[in-house]
Design a protein around this ligand. Structure first.
Ligand SMILES: *Cc1c(COP(=O)(O)O)cnc(C)c1O
Length: 396
């Protein structure tokens, strides 16, 4: 018997009971329990399904109000939002962007679209997000200011942005990271794709840096099918973001005149309609997810498996619940057993610096990320449809 075998069946039964009658139990499926169909029909009935329509503006306003950001600009997906945010932050070809190795590929892809290179600093073991100490040490050892512009002394390249990511919705130490980047005039673009509904000192994630981005992909806490958002408090950046994500067209009653190479990154009205309906349920989704996290925490408290909790002073949306195992063997045993028995679980991403495209990029040794890569697993985290209490009520 291995150290965790006694808990495997019990965990699978627990997950199945939370999600019954859903089987197999998925990692994260969407919930459409509100006005989704009504708003979609409104779009179809009005013919506004595509690049023009009132739902996009409405969705942007809902996101701005929810996050407390002054401006929100909808995009076709989160990767596109990050691509444009980095461009507007001033990232150019052959620049370097400070990034973390433990993230979804989109973060590094967006850097690559510009022709810039990620440099990888380590993450914190507790938050799984970018480590303030690692950023500070990297900048101290490698950065120098030339006429107020940060350069990497080792590579000679400009350090033109830093992109911390709030992993699985757990906020990273963003306040300190923004402060140390400010010392080097490096703008921060927060990859808050996973952290809609997560807060640091009661301020919404994604609103600490120059800009933040969100994703509404099918597996995120709310979904528009596909979609993303840039959030910022800067009026000029917001205006620029809207302009270049909508083909950089000069407003005119009938002429097509574009004065720079823009992008067709706008969110279709249909997708925005879905977003408006999802936003009406977001508070409920977060409440249910936080309830579920408490249940998981209490379940695993009697085992040797650690449940990843929100950092002090932070509120997490618990988008994806995560466990930390003692070893790679334990992790693999858990993954094999649960997936074979209808409970979907997944390991954390392969480190970006292990992928062919980013192998050559500078990194700081990454001891924590390397350690976590072998130990972190995500467990089913969809919004449970009815609470356990409601279920017992229904069956009694
Ligand atoms: C989901 C996600 C994105 C954006 O993904 P899209 O599918 O393009 O919306 C970016 N970064 C992270 C960390 C993500 O999880």
């Amino acid at each position: 018997m291995s150290q965790i075998s006694h808990i495997l069946n019990e965990f699978e039964d627990f997950a199945k009971s939370v999600y019954a009658p859903e089987f197999p139990v998925l990692l994260h499926r969407p919930v459409f329990a509100g006005n989704e169909k009504t708003y979609l029909n409104e779009c179809i009935d009005s013919n506004f399904v595509s690049s023009v329509g009132a739902k996009v503006t409405e969705f942007e306003q809902k996101i701005a109000a929810f996050t407390g950001a002054k401006y929100a600009i909808a995009t076709v997906n989160g990767t596109a939002a990050l691509h444009v945010a980095l461009k507007l932050a001033g990232v150019g070809r052959d620049d370097e962007v400070i990034s973390q190795p433990l993230t979804f590929i989109a973060t590094c892809n967006a850097v690559s679209y510009i022709g810039a290179l990620p440099v990888f600093v380590d993450v914190d073991q507790s938050s799984l997000g970018m480590s303030y100490d690692a950023v500070k040490t990297f900048l101290y050892e490698h950065a120098e200011l030339r006429n107020g512009v940060a350069y990497n002394k080792t590579s000679g390249r400009r350090l033109s942005a830093c992109v911390p990511m709030h992993t699985f919705g757990q906020p990273c130490d963003i306040v300190s990271i923004v402060a140390v980047c400010k010392d080097y005039n490096i703008p921060v673009v927060e990859d808050a794709a996973e952290s809609l509904g997560s807060y640091i000192n009661e301020q919404h994630s994604g609103t600490f840096g120059l800009m933040g981005i969100l994703s509404f992909n099918g597996n995120k806490i709310i979904t528009t099918g596909g979609g993303g958002m840039i959030i910022t408090n800067d009026a000029d950046l917001a205006e620029r973001a809207k302009y270049i994500t909508t083909t950089a067209k000069i407003p005119h009653p009938f002429e097509y005149v574009h004065d720079e190479v823009g992008y067709n990154y706008r969110l279709p009205n249909l997708n925005a309609a879905l977003g408006c309906a999802q936003m009406e349920q977001l508070d409920y989704f977060i409440m249910r997810k936080r309830e579920l996290a408490l249940q998981y925490e209490s379940f695993f408290s009697k085992s040797k498996i650690a449940f990843i909790n929100e950092p002090k002073g932070c509120v997490s949306n618990y988008w994806l619940n995560a466990l930390q195992f003692d070893s790679l063997n334990q992790r693999n045993e858990f993954l094999q057993h649960t997936n074979a028995n209808g409970v979907m679980t997944r390991p954390i991403w392969r480190l970006m610096n292990h992928l062919d495209m980013f192998k050559h990029c500078q990194n700081d040794g990454l001891p924590n990320a390397t350690w976590l890569e072998e130990r972190i697993v995500n467990i089913p985290s969809s919004v449970p449809v009815a609470s356990t209490k409601e279920k017992t009520k229904n069956t009694s």
